[in-house]
Design a binder for this molecule. Structure first.
Ligand code: FAD
Length: 539
């Protein structure tokens, strides 16, 4: 059996494993990424990177490439509820295109908006893009066609047995293994970790269609009716999603047989268009969370530890947050400056977000279910009763459907409570799903505030710890800088003269860690610099 050594073995090249491997590679960690598929597949799954995921892409230097590969920046992200696309909509919820959202962000200086807006990019576009990025990193070895089979842990390493494309067994010995191997994760099963919650809530069929003319002829209302989601008020929970090329569409519906998905598409569109069906498959809705996010030298991230209903887009987006929390902690530990509390903080910080996002997904999908439950068979009737059914459903949808599309609080406002590497302040603002209230409360993501027309505070913060000195603070922080350097941690101080950041952040000194979460804030130098430096680096 051949043997390979690596600092980190990442199992699974879905969007989470790829992101983790890239971030480890950028930080100079020797990383092997294995994927059992021979190559990325052209199969539909996620399509929306939320604002926080795009901020993370920006810090990785990838936001522009993701946008170039994704949906054109001028296409609106509107959502419709309708009886069919060739009829007037029952409800039209307008949401800005990326270009319009960027203009809104440019005009906002109160910290309430993200640095980057969302981006629609289909998973089958995103994965090959990330694969090509990972393959260019000298520290990252990408091996498709390699299937993880089992693992054993030793005191100083973990060893995985992997089957290569020729059916031979390979041993990969790594300091750490991360299972990013999706909902049926074998890595998780090997650790004896269970998922709990509500499984198999609804089974739907999903079809992927190539309909190259539909986008230009979207008939809804008086046309052009361009948007991204079209929910059909029917008994089959039908919804149509535009994919990034605008030439591909997915349709989801509760039907008995895959063969019904052609007629379901035609009924939904309502006008004759050329189309090919590229794929039909079944998927089920789950709301599940793992008891643990790892054991020993093995960690879990993404769908391997949380499975949500896609309403609200908390699947991959939550997994990206996991990857980005874990990667700098693995790097710090491998390079020796990260203390023993750093890696255990991963589960403490990220499991609470997984839990909250399962709740956010439940909240959104219950909203969807509520307006759908107003469907009555008379909904198409040209009668007063039919009209009453339509009006009632539209009124409820106008409240309930928004829950799916307006969750900026859950996306940006998550805060790590109870973490051993954050100097906690008692209390703290409530976690809100719908509203984002900018805060520098320790544990929160540092709000984005402009420094000038082109640069945000986010843009000038490096990959290590940063002590922001705001306004005209004259606090002597040299003891703290010495303490951080004595720990060997990457650290810089950054003076920010602009007034808007001081106004939004509310403090003269803010210490942020590599993933832009606040770990400490104050108006005077830390009372015990050595203790603070030890705590934030995990000692
Ligand atoms: C219809 C639908 C729409 C969605 N829309 C969104 C959305 O808009 N936004 C969003 O954030 N999320 C969305 N999601 C959820 C999103 O697709 C998942 O959360 C995301 O794919 C999880 O990424 P992952 O990398 O953790 O796992 P996966 O994407 O499942 O990747 C796991 C990888 O591991 C590989 N693997 C598995 N076992 C092994 C093994 N033994 N050895 C080697 N490799 C292995 C698999 O082949 C796979 O490539 C949607 C999901 C569905 C079904």
């Amino acid at each position: 059996m051949s043997r390979v050594n690596s600092e980190v073995l990442v199992v699974g090249a879905g969007p989470v494993g790829l992101r983790l491997a890239i971030d480890l590679g950028r930080r100079g960690v020797a990383c092997t990424l294995i994927e059992r598929k021979a190559a990325p597949e052209f199969l539909p799954k996620m399509e929306r990177c939320n604002a926080r995921t795009m901020e993370i892409f920006r810090r990785m230097g990838l936001a522009d490439r993701v946008r170039a590969a994704g949906l054109d920046r001028h296409v609106p992200m509107d959502v419709y509820v309708a009886l069919a696309m060739n009829e007037p909509p029952l409800l039209h919820l307008p949401y800005p295109s990326v270009a319009d959202a960027e203009a809104q962000i440019a005009a906002c200086d109160d910290g309430s908006m993200p640095r980057e807006p969302y981006q629609l990019i289909s998973q089958y576009t995103l994965e090959p893009l990330l694969k090509s990025v990972a393959e260019q990193l000298p520290c990252v070895t990408v091996r498709y066609g390699h299937e993880f089979l089992s693992l054993v842990q030793q005191p100083d390493a973990a060893t995985a047995t992997v089957r290569d494309p020729d059916g031979r067994s390979i041993e990969i010995r790594a300091n750490y293994i991360v299972g990013c191997d999706g909902g049926s994760s074998l890595v998780r099963k090997q650790l004896g970790i269970q998922l709990h919650g509500e499984g198999n809530l609804l089974r739907l069929h999903q079809g992927l269609y190539h309909a190259p003319d539909l986008f230009d002829r979207i008939p809804i209302g008086n046309g052009p009716g361009k948007g991204r989601h079209y929910h059909i008020a029917d008994a089959q929970s039908t919804f149509l999603i535009m994919q990034d090329s605008t030439k591909h569409w997915t349709l989801h519906a509760v039907v008995e047989e895959p063969a019904q998905m052609a007629a379901q598409f035609e009924r939904t569109i309502g006008i004759p268009v050329r189309f090919d069906i590229l794929y039909v498959g079944e998927w089920k809705q789950n709301l599940l969370l793992a008891d643990r996010y790892g054991a020993g030298r093995v960690f879990l991230a993404g769908d391997s530890v949380h499975l949500v209903i896609p309403t609200g887009g908390f699947g991959m987006n939550t997994g990206v947050g996991d990857a980005i929390d874990l990667s700098w902690k693995l790097h710090a530990t491998l390079r020796g400056w990260g203390g023993p509390n750093l890696l255990p903080s991963y589960e403490i910080e990220r499991r609470q977000v997984g839990d909250r996002n399962v709740d956010a997904s439940r909240y959104a999908s219950l909203g969807r279910r509520k307006w759908r439950s107003q469907y009555r068979p008379n909904i198409r009737d040209a009668t007063p009763d039919g009209e009453a059914t339509r009006d009632h459903l539209a009124r409820i949808a106008n409240v309930e459907q928004r829950k799916t599309n307006e969750m900026i609080g859950a996306e940006l406002g998550y805060r790590y409570g109870g973490s051993p590497i954050i100097l906690e302040e008692p209390g703290g603002p409530d976690h809100l799903f719908r509203d984002y209230v900018p805060t520098t409360w320790p544990g929160a993501r540092l709000p984005h505030v402009w420094l000038d027309e082109a640069r945000s505070v986010h843009d000038v913060i490096g990959d290590g710890y940063t002590l922001l000195r705001l306004g005209d603070s004259a606090a002597d922080t040299s003891d703290f800088a010495r303490a951080m350097r004595a720990r060997g941690a990457p650290f810089e101080e950054l003076a920010i003269d602009a007034t808007a950041p001081r106004d939004v952040y509310g403090y003269d000194l803010i210490l942020v860690r590599p993933d832009l979460h606040v770990v400490w804030r104050g108006n005077a130098a830390p009372a015990d610099s050595a203790r603070l430096a030890a705590l934030v680096t995990g000692h």
